[in-house]
Structures are given as structure tokens and as C-alpha cells.
Design a protein around this ligand. Sequence first.
Ligand code: ARG
Length: 461
Amino acid sequence: TGNQMWGGRFAAGPSAIMEAINASIDVDRRLWREDIMGSRAHARMLAAQGIISSDDLAAIETGLEQVAAEIEEGSFPFSAALEDIHMNVEARLKEIIGEPAGRLHTARSRNDQVATDFRLWVRTACLRMDALLADLQKALLGQAERHAATVMPGFTHLQTAQPVTFGHHCMAYVEMFARDRQRFTDAVNRMNECPLGAAALAGTSFPIDRDATAAALAFDRPTANSLDTVSARDFAVEAVSAAAISAMHISRLAEEIVIWCTAQFNFIRLPDDYSTGSSIMPQKRNPDAAELCRAKVARIIGDLNGLMIMLKGLPLAYSKDMQEDKEQTFDAFDALELCLRAMAGMVSGMSVNEARMRAAAGHGFSTATDLADWLVRELNLPFRDAHHVTGALVAIAEEKGCDLAELSLDDMQSVHGEIAADVFSVLTVDHSVASRTSYGGTAPDNVRAQIARWKELMKGP
Ligand code: ARG
């Protein structure tokens, strides 16, 4: 009838609905590795401190190994009546080794146990995202290298602005994803303190060694306040917020891919293995993966909101509300992982239509700024006046239905008499990008230097 973990004072078991609302095993079973890792570290510390015997430790270690093997091979009897992963593991340990299993929970509570397991999981997840982001950066670097000098239109307001290179565009995302990686490693550094030993909320009267468990689980140190330890979930909020920011960046690249793939733009072609067809329209190559990358950010931001709203207003210390932290965190990291893998696949497999990009780069009076700059440099006009003269020339070209480079010298001189034939040399897209040599600018040599810098940075120690 009563619960074998805490049923001492209960005469009856829970109602079916109580059990259903209380059970988290379907979600938190994913913490099984971390739970066993934490239990092993705790048991070893208890034995080293003389709190349990070495025989008990040996039994616990053997039993935990068997539990791990059963979960790994899929024969473990998960039970909703046992609520969560912590009680499932401990109950099975008891079936396997008997009485010593009951000593494992000495000087421990599920409150510090779950805080430890969850931190370990989030830490690993952050490091996994960092590695996947590095893969995506490498895919972008590969395209940037191939297309350091491939001219494309640069946009503001999605209106043609000035020519840039596709390599420069790829490198913009390399920078964004680098900051995303820093956010994950910052989160890891801040969360890297061990909760074990905070016990239920107040610490414990047993002579435990928190430095030992912290070191065994590769934390930098134990947490300093037991109440904070079992109450805090900001480590998860911070990690999911890093995930949301990264997914937001991915969604922007995804949107560009969707646009670039259209027949109207036709800048890139996605590889077959990242395209889908239509059941009715045979000509279709749909960028579904990019669209889903664009969409997934929504649920990740939703997960972040859910976490924060769940935590706001909770009194110290642990409340069962906090059990809801895992589903959203797992969901956010699952979604981001898919996006990162799909995006790396699309980026490394996409082929670039250089001729189309170049042609588009020349349309829309994209070198008008170069013309204005020429007037400043050669005729010493103030930039505002040069802007005005150029605007009048754009109006003439627009009226004639031609590009700036196709205007005659007479047309040019009708607006400003001192314009010389030499002006035409700055109106090509190649001249335009090659002239943008200021640090961080789009000149192909700059782009190549940035690629080299990133390849060096990413070599690692
Ligand atoms: N399954 C619980 C959770 O995820 C574990 C902690 C339960 N602690 C408690 N005092 N009921 O939050």
C-alpha cells in the first residue's frame, strides 16, 4: 500500500490521479546516467568518511553497475508508482543488493540529488551544443573559403544596398555562432558547483566531504549555501536562454536560405538530401529543413518562458513545481541539436549560383555609394552634396531604364560638369567590394584574413 521510500506514516497509497500528476519518470529517466554517477560519487565519499562500511560500498557499486546495464539494454522495469528516476534506481538497487541499498541515501535528499543530476545533464548538453556550433562554424568557413570573392548583393530592409561577398556573409554567422559558443561556456563555468551535500535544504549532521564529491563529479567546488542549492534553477534558465539566442541566429540564416532558394532569387541550391519534393508539383524542391530551423526557435523561446514563469514567485527552498524544469530544458536542447545538425548539413551541402549572385549584385544601383564616394574623393564635394548629385543620376538611370554604369558621360556631366570618364571604373561590383578594405569590411582580402584568423582560433590547443 504505502510508498516504500516514504510510506512509513501513510496508511493508504496515492490515488491514480495523484500518481499520474506526480510521476516524472517518463521525462526524467533521461537522467539515469547522471543519477548513477552521482550515487556512486556519494557512496564512495560516505565510505571514505566512515559513514557506511566498505562492504556496503562494494555492494552498492556492484548493484549500480547492474542497474546501469539493465537500463542500457532496455530491461529495466521503470515504474510510475516510483515517481522519478531517483526512486526507480534506488528501488531496483534494493531488489538487487538488499539492505545496503537503504544506506545510500544517508546524508542525501532527492532535493540535492536531483539538483546534481540535472546540473550534470545541462553541463553536458551545453558542451555538446558548443561542439555542434563549432561544426556549423566549420561548414560556414568552408563556404566562405570557396566564396571569399563571390559577389552578391548586400541588403538592408531586404532592398539592394551595396555589393558584398558571399564569403563575408558566411563569416557574419561565424561571428554570431562564436558568441553563442561563449554563452554556453560561460553558463557552464557559472553552473559548475556541486549541489551534493546540501541534503533536503539545511545541510546534514553527518561528517560528509563535499569537496570530494564535487571533485569526483568534475565540479569546480561545492555550492556554498544549502538553501540556494536546492532552490536554484537559474543554471537551466541561463543554458536555455543561450539555446534560445543561438536558435534565433539559426532562424535568421534559415530564413535567408529559404529566400535564396526561391526561383526569384536562385542564389543557392540545397543538396538533394536536404530538400523535399511535393506530392503534386513535380518541379518542387522545398527547403523544409530550413523552414523547420526557422520555426524551432519558437518552442525554444517557449521553453525559456515556461521555465522562468514556473520559477517566478516560488518560495525557498524546493517546491514540486520545479519538477517541471526538465521537460522544457530537454525539449529546448533536443530542438537546438536538430537545428544545429540540419543547418550544418545544409550549409556544407549547398551549391552557390555565382553568376546569379553577381548579376543581382549589379542591379538596383548597388554601386551608387561608390559613385558618391568618387565625387568626394576626386571632386572634393562634401558627402551630402555628392549624395545629392548621385541621387539625380540614379533618377536619370531609372527614367532611362538602365544601370548607372550604362549612363553616358554626357548624362553624368548634365548633373555635374566636372565628372570625368574615370568615374566608370568605380561602378563595377568587383571594384566596389575590393575597395571596402576598412577593418571588418567586405574586401575579399579582408574576408580571407578573417577566415585564416578563425581557422587558427578553431585549431584548439
Ligand atoms: N522528481 C523530483 C524533481 O524532479 C525530484 C525531487 C523530489 N523531491 C521532493 N522533495 N519531492 O524535482
